[in-house]
Design a protein around this ligand. Structure first.
Ligand code: FES
Ligand code: FES
Length: 164
């Protein structure tokens, strides 16, 4: 039995073996916003934020996440109010099939929490591990740039906010 702090809520999970965090999120807790694709650290679909860093949940054992602060895509919106990064992805037309988007948004959030005005190079580096099969990278970078502007105006960075 382990306890996981996810989106500021404590979940007790009875592990059967060596489940990954991704398996626990999706199959035990029903947090299916985090996507499963390659399951071998190649695509970024499963990205979540752990203690401020974007992490691939398909290659981390859930048992190693006890005592850490985990944020998934479900932890970003405030009720019906989307997080500025989610809004920007929609406004910029960055969402096509949408499959890669939760992972893209989590990697973007980890970046923007630290730097609300990233250069194109910094964005490329931060999203390097996230693959979009629809190939919409230009609009994704535009969405990140726009979101950064909003977060800066709102004073929402890692210094000011935690999971939202
Ligand atoms: S499912 Fe984790 S990186 Fe692809
Ligand atoms: S929007 Fe379809 S994979 Fe990225």
């Amino acid at each position: 039995m382990i306890a996981l702090n996810i989106n500021q809520k404590l979940y007790e999970v009875d592990l059967k073996g060596h489940e990954t965090l991704l398996e626990v999120l999706r199959h035990y807790l029903g947090l299916t916003g985090t996507k499963t694709a390659c399951e071998e650290a190649e695509c970024g679909a499963c990205a979540v934020i752990i203690d401020g860093k974007a992490v691939l949940s398909c290659i981390i054992l859930a048992s190693n996440c006890e005592g850490k602060k985990i944020t998934t895509i479900e932890g970003l919106a405030d009720g019906d109010e989307l997080h500025p990064i989610q809004k920007s992805f929609l406004d910029a037309g960055a969402v096509q099939c949408g499959f890669c988007i939760p992972g893209m948004i989590m990697s973007s959030k980890a970046l923007l929490d630290k730097n609300s005005e990233p250069s194109r190079e910094e964005m490329e580096y931060a999203l390097d591990g996230n693959i979009c099969r629809c190939g919409g990278y230009l609009k994704i970078f535009e969405a990140v740039r726009q979101a950064g502007k909003v977060l800066k105006v709102q004073g929402r960075s890692s210094k000011h906010e935690d999971a939202r």
